[in-house]
Design a protein around this ligand. Structure first.
Ligand SMILES: [Zn+2]
Ligand SMILES: [Zn+2]
Length: 269
């Protein structure tokens, strides 16, 4: 089996480290990987306002061309040693489907392998970034009315992302399907039958649409998550449905490339 890390950030991430693309590639080689995908946070839709204090959730549109060019240079440099794919982690925000589609129509042809993630949920007239910090998550709970209501909105949004058209360059992989649990140790909640039902619907839609799942280990590095971003029962359902599981470290610094790969080997096989 190919050893692959399909979710890696870069120096183009405004909330990540300045480690260079080459440092990420070298780390991958050192850890015996055959293949990596750089999946920087794609520029947000032009008319969407990033709700985070520093507005640093995603890369700037102005950097995108350089991002694509630098990765394609690195691809050539590592040819024969390490397969490098160009990708993006694209945010799905329901009300901005048209802008997301236009973006993908324009830049999709330069991408090999991308991820579709939900980080922003609507709270009243604005949005909140659900994984920004515990205070924001608390705000989200107040805005939605309960923890269960946050989960409900999250999984409805994930479902919409899976069935949305978004054009022929729509990303194939659903990112960290339990990101909503990032602060679970502070806001304990075990999924009700209703929420589990929504997750199952998401998995069925992933299967029907020929998509993949990100087996994201970054939750293990997060104090209040403490777990990979997928539950065992979801893994079992995914395996029954033969949904491809792709390891993703979600590294925002070179040292985290390949993070907890052994968990993937145990969990995904
Ligand atoms: Zn990030
Ligand atoms: Zn993400």
């Amino acid at each position: 089996m190919q050893k692959r890390d399909g979710h890696i950030h870069t120096p183009f991430c405004p909330h990540g480290s300045n480690d260079t693309l080459r440092q990420y590639a070298e780390e991958a080689l050192k850890k015996g990987f055959d293949s990596i995908t750089f999946t920087e946070h794609a520029p947000l839709p032009p008319s969407f306002t990033d709700p985070t204090p520093l507005k640093d959730s995603a890369m700037a549109q102005a950097s995108l061309e350089r991002y694509i060019n630098e990765i394609s240079r690195l691809k050539k440099e590592y040819r024969g040693q390490l397969a490098i794919r160009t990708g993006l982690e694209v945010d799905y925000i329901a009300e901005f489907e048209d802008e997301i589609t236009l973006f993908l129509d324009t830049y999709g042809p330069y991408l090999d392998d991308s991820i579709l993630s939900v980080h922003f949920l609507r709270a009243g007239s604005s949005y909140l970034c659900l994984d920004y910090d515990e205070h924001t998550f608390k705000e989200l709970i107040s805005a939605c009315g309960s923890i269960e209501a946050v989960y409900e909105q999250y999984y409805r949004s994930i479902y919409s992302s899976i069935v949305a058209s978004l054009g022929s360059n729509k990303p194939k992989r659903v990112g960290h399907i339990t990101l909503v649990q990032k602060f679970i140790k502070l806001f304990p909640y075990s999924m009700s039958e209703h929420i589990r039902g929504l997750v199952s619907q998401c998995l069925s839609a992933i299967e029907e649409n020929g998509m993949e799942l990100d087996f994201n280990t970054s939750g293990l590095r997060k104090t209040y998550a403490g777990s990979v971003y997928i539950e065992d029962w979801m893994l079992n359902e995914a395996k029954q449905k033969k949904i491809p599981l792709v390891f993703g470290s979600d590294a925002h610094q070179a040292g985290d490339v390949g993070y907890a790969y052994e968990t993937f080997l145990k969990g995904a096989n």
